[in-house]
Design a protein around this ligand. Structure first.
Ligand code: ADP
Ligand code: MG
Length: 649
């Protein structure tokens, strides 16, 4: 190894550029944020070849003073903060003073700017970090930054750039985030001389959402709003019928900045629990406002991640805001069944005699219960933390009656709230329109009685297992196909939850406690949650090192692989990123146990097992969804069969 020497500024900037400038889209983000900080009302973005050839951002902001040009492209030179204390008072997008320097270090950059009081503008060219001489030039008030040949002097990194379309996709995404966070900004985006977006200013984020994501999605958005003394949250969440396979549909903004946050993402997952299938993610556009001193934005080079002083209140605020809102939205009635489908999922039961089906009531009850538990937790903290202002009282924090009125035109008929507690479930909405399959019209009587299906009529006549996976049942009204695993899982879950609520989960003591080896982290997580685990029947003790002593297990899991289950439990307990409530923990453990204890797809069932499973179906409240939100049964009515085979009349 050679001796230590300080790196020269150029190398330092190239290193910094590696962090800040991941790809052309990062440049676009930084330049747009600079324009916002300069109080621009209009920005125009011009891109050539996915940004690798040209990125030009022009704004009508405050401009740069001629004496400041050289500093603007020097690293750690900024007009936005003065001292370290200011890091907790940041109200601007930028403050690190390294973006322009980093960009200039790895491109050919032209900076033109003029302040309002100046007669003319100035221009500075910087090539690979080497600034030329400042030149006068004619230009309008504002700033134009032109970046050409990005990464031309770091050929290895330039090779990492993807196809033009891919890079432009990233640029478009950055543009979208800024445009959503700043709807009053007039903004345009062009690629290779073609206009991609022309955004007029608007006071409504929804206008922008429609433009970027289409009216189909916009029509499925539900307005949410809530606040405490310290934080406010508002925005839109999509109806559960809109979901994505990734988190890409989740837009969270903190004080005007797009952020990613594991804890808040987890809260979103919780808010939609039971409403989405496993592996699907909700679509949300949420704006958080928090006093700057409660969050550290200086923990990530591009500020995409932040650190909250305390993420618990925010977590609860987000979760409860969405859950509360779902309570007043009639979620089921807006799920539409494809018109031509002969089969329909049982949980989309049409209303009978003007009343909504039991599935709908169950869902509402479940949501009500959730929201209530969230509220009680919330108000407990609100009072112990003792905020004194009137704003902080739970009722003010949950203005369900007043300001939570749904924004018009989102296709979410709100259920009238009863006069008592906002969490009392109102009687199911009368005559809520429910999409029906086309067969309903031809024979309404048969269809309607059919919708009761197994719930009403336990008198089954035939049951058959197909593909070791589904049970096909003949009922008085038609045919029902049941997913054996999904149903059994649901039955198990309800059973376990009931037991836990009564403090009566059967636990099986082991004659000889069994030592189980985990990783250090898993062992620590399991021991930390030993008391919750004991509630579901697992007794664990410390054994030294990463070994845990298992002395009892849930009787229902007699033949299960406890090592595997506890490992999974440790993973789910450790991954939530924040301290989940006891109920959350219990709930996720119950889901896990139910899943493990349930018969699997591919398992051949004996006739008596099938019958016992079907019999238990009547014992539970919500047999329509497995705990992961999948439907458990599909119904084909006699009327529908007749219609399909042309036996009308
Ligand atoms: P930061 O934004 O963190 O301060 P930058 O390197 O992005 O660092 O910018 C350096 C400085 O250049 C900013 O503090 C600002 O004073 C000035 N500047 C950059 N872009 C613009 C712009 N579009 N309009 C006016 N001033 C700008
Ligand atoms: Mg900046």
């Amino acid at each position: 190894m050679s001796r230590i020497h300080a790196l020269d500024a150029l190398v330092v900037n190239q290193i910094a550029a590696g962090e800040v400038i991941e790809r052309p889209a990062s440049v676009v983000k930084e330049l747009l944020e600079n324009s916002i900080d300069a109080l621009a009302t209009r920005v125009d973005v011009e891109i050539g070849d996915g940004g690798s050839e040209l990125i030009r951002v022009a704004d009508d902001g405050e401009g740069i003073h001629p004496d400041d040009f050289a500093l603007a492209v020097t690293s750690h030179a900024t007009s936005k903060i003065a001292g370290a204390d200011d890091l907790f008072r940041v109200r601007t997008m930028g403050f690190r003073g390294e973006a322009l320097a980093s960009i200039a270090a790895v491109s050919r950059m032209r900076l033109r700017s003029r302040r309002a009081e100046a007669e003319g503008g100035c221009e500075l060219l910087v090539e690979g970090g080497q600034p030329g001489a400042l030149q006068p030039c004619g230009c309008p008030v504002g700033t134009v930054v032109e970046v050409r040949n990005l990464l031309y002097n770091t050929p290895v990194r330039r090779k990492f750039l993807r196809a033009v379309a891919t890079e432009f996709g990233h640029i478009s995404e950055q543009f979208t985030r800024v445009a959503l966070a700043h709807p009053k900004l007039t903004a345009s985006l062009r690629h290779n001389q073609r206009s991609v977006y022309e955004l007029p200013p608007t006071g409504q984020v929804l206008d922008r959402l429609k433009l970027f994501f289409g009216s189909d999605l916009a029509d499925k958005l539900i307005w949410v709003e809530s606040q405490t003394a310290e934080a406010r949250i508002w925005g839109y969440v999509a109806h559960p019928s809109e979901s994505r396979a990734t988190r890409k549909g989740q837009y969270l903004f903190l004080n005007g900045r797009w952020i990613q946050d594991r804890s808040l993402q987890h809260a979103l997952g919780e808010a939609y629990r039971g409403l989405l299938m496993t592996g699907r993610y909700p679509v949300v556009f949420l704006f958080l406002e928090l006093a700057p001193e409660l969050v550290d934005v200086n923990v990530h080079p591009t500020k995409a991640e932040v650190r909250f002083r305390d993420n618990q209140p925010l977590y609860r605020l987000l979760l409860a805001a969405i859950r509360t809102r779902f309570l007043s939205a009639n979620l089921e009635s807006t799920i539409s069944v494809p018109k031509a489908a002969a089969w329909r999922f049982e949980n989309f039961a049409p209303d009978r005699g003007g009343l909504s089906g039991p599935a709908q009531r169950d869902l509402q009850l479940e949501l009500a219960e959730w929201a209530r538990s969230q509220l009680s937790q919330f108000s407990a903290t609100a009072t112990t933390e003792g905020p004194t202002s009137a704003d902080a009282s739970p009722s003010a924090a949950w203005p369900l009656h007043s300001s939570l009125s749904p924004a018009p035109a989102f296709g979410m008929p709100a259920v009238a709230q009863p006069s008592g507690s906002p969490f009392d479930v109102s009687p199911p909405p009368v005559g809520a329109p429910v999409a029906e399959s086309s067969g309903a019209d031809s024979s309404p009587a048969g269809f309607h009685s059919g919708s009761a299906g197994l719930d009403r009529d336990p008198g089954l006549t035939q049951v058959m297992q197909v593909h070791d996976c589904y049970l096909v049942v003949e009922t008085a009204q038609g045919i029902t196909v049941i997913d054996q695993h999904a149903l059994h899982e649901r039955v198990m879950y309800e059973h376990l939850r009931h037991r836990v609520d009564q403090g009566a989960v059967e636990s099986q003591r082991m004659l000889v406690p069994q030592p189980l080896d985990f990783s250090d982290r898993e062992a620590a997580t399991l021991l930390e949650h030993a008391d919750v685990l004991s509630q579901i029947g697992y007794r664990l003790e410390e054994f030294g090192g990463a070994t845990v002593l298992l002395s009892a297990y849930p009787a229902i899991l007699a033949h299960a692989d406890h090592d595997r289950i506890l490992r999974d439990a440790a993973e789910s307990l450790g991954s939530s990123g924040q301290k989940p409530s006891r109920r959350d923990i219990l709930d996720s453990l119950l889901h896990l146990m139910a899943c493990k204890a349930a018969v699997k797809a591919g398992q051949r069932l004996k006739p008596e097992e099938m019958e016992s499973l079907l019999a238990q179906r009547h014992l539970i409240d919500d047999a329509h969804h497995c705990p992961h939100g999948r439907p458990t049964a599909l119904v084909l009515t006699r009327a529908e069969l007749d219609r399909q085979f042309g036996r009308l009349g």
